[in-house]
Design a protein around this ligand. Structure first.
Ligand SMILES: Cc1cc2nc3c(=O)[nH]c(=O)nc-3n(C[C@H](O)[C@H](O)[C@H](O)COP(=O)(O)OP(=O)(O)OC[C@H]3O[C@@H](n4cnc5c(N)ncnc54)[C@H](O)[C@@H]3O)c2cc1C
Length: 358
């Protein structure tokens, strides 16, 4: 029998581990707009230390050696194939959607490395930096800068009433206190209109907040959440399988509800849990097993593995040594969560999972 065709759309945390795990068991095609996998949460360290980017940007070909790689965005799907933006038609027996969050990133690893270098130059040449957004990205970036460049003035402006709204209030309070201790100025319940920035005579910029405050800064970083990567599915056979937030409704086997050969994994699913890469990876590994069962199916009813939503858990790094962790029964800030995450940001671990040197 011809090898079964598995198509994975999205080469992020979930899609990459699935492609790596399944490549020798089926005819696998990975579709991603970039030639490389990026460890998403480690990029904030790469902004203060550009050489760190060398380990977090991994060409898909370095871990996915056997299957087909299509470097383009998926634009549409039918019952039998995926069509990409560059007009490639890719037929499938099994389809896995892993398009987490979408953001326009350069196509090549070299271009992305250059972006990190440029971001680092921007930080180094600024005495004052405005960070727009106080979610995990804004907080982790502010902390990286405050720890590595303590002489720089960092301001966070955040629309919400507390930082890190995706986790509990204790974590928000402790983080605010830590940031203040590092002289980071945090302005809550305000936003900044980035289309309306004035360049002052001294060469720096003035930003107006919705609360009527003026902030002077040499540069800014926009750290607002990225959109869920499902806009491309809105006119397809999956249009009725999206919830109000654009997430794909899946069953306990991570199959799109009502479909027998289409799965979804990672941040794109409607599973009720904090969206985390470690959960996205676990889902990728589970779907690799389920696909193996289906592909090797002996004609009997296949026994598929099930996924259970995970307890709310998250660690936000605060520079190189500290972190704030929400575990199911407690929230702590300090060196212990820092020891778990903040030194290497799980980069060595992630690389090993993909069969690479740490
Ligand atoms: C600041 C920050 C810190 C974090 N820290 C941690 C942490 O410590 N631990 C942890 O476990 N998690 C952490 N996370 C969460 C983690 O990054 C996400 O849960 C994880 O990236 C989700 O993986 P994913 O594969 O579902 O989606 P993503 O990683 O978003 O990957 C999606 C992929 O799909 C591709 N794509 C999008 N649209 C298309 C399309 N139309 N066609 C083809 N490809 C497409 C994208 O290019 C990308 O490669 C953090 C997140 C942030 C923002």
């Amino acid at each position: 029998m011809a090898e079964r065709k598995v198509v994975i759309v999205g080469g992020g945390v979930a899609g990459a581990i699935l492609a790596y795990t399944l490549q020798h068991q089926a005819s696998v095609t990975l579709i991603d707009p970039k030639e490389y996998f990026e460890i998403p949460w480690a990029g904030l360290r790469a902004l203060v230390e550009p050489s760190f980017a060398e380990r977090i940007l991994i060409n898909h070909r370095d871990y996915f050696k056997k299957g087909e790689l299509v470097v383009s965005s998926a634009a549409s799907i039918s019952e039998t194939e995926v069509v990409t933006q560059d007009g490639t038609h890719v037929a499938y027996d099994y389809l896995v959607i892993a398009t987490g969050h979408s953001e326009p990133l350069p196509k090549t690893r070299a271009q992305r490395l250059d972006q990190y270098k440029a971001g680092n130059e921007k930080i180094k040449s600024s005495n004052s930096i405005l960070i727009v957004g106080g979610g995990p990205t804004g907080v982790e970036l502010a902390a990286e800068i405050a720890v590595d460049f303590p002489e720089k003035k960092v301001t966070i402006v955040h629309k919400g009433s507390r930082l890190l709204e995706y986790i509990g209030t204790k974590a928000s309070r402790k983080t605010l206190k830590w940031l203040k201790s590092k002289k980071v100025d945090v302005k809550l319940e305000q936003s900044v209109e980035l289309d309306n920035v004035n360049n002052s005579a001294e060469g720096n910029k003035t930003y107006q907040t919705s609360g009527g405050e003026t902030i002077e800064a040499d540069s800014h970083f926009e750290c607002i959440g990225k959109p869920v990567g499902s806009a491309w599915l809105r006119e397809t056979i999956l249009k009725d399988d999206l919830d109000d937030e654009g997430r794909i409704k899946v069953d306990e086997h991570l199959r799109v509800k009502g479909k027998t050969n289409i799965f979804a994994i990672g941040d794109i699913t409607d599973i009720k849990e904090i969206k985390q890469g470690m959960f996205a990876s676990a889902q990728g590994v589970l779907v690799a097993k389920n696909l193996k069962v289906l592909i090797e199916g002996s004609g009997k009813e296949p026994k598929l593995g099930t996924y259970k939503a995970q307890a709310p858990m998250s660690i936000v790094s605060l520079g190189r040594k500290h972190g704030v962790a929400q575990f199911p029964f407690m929230t702590i800030l300090g060196r212990f969560p820092g020891m778990i995450k903040s030194g290497d940001l799980f980069v060595g671990k992630k690389r090993k999972e993909l069969g690479l040197a740490p």
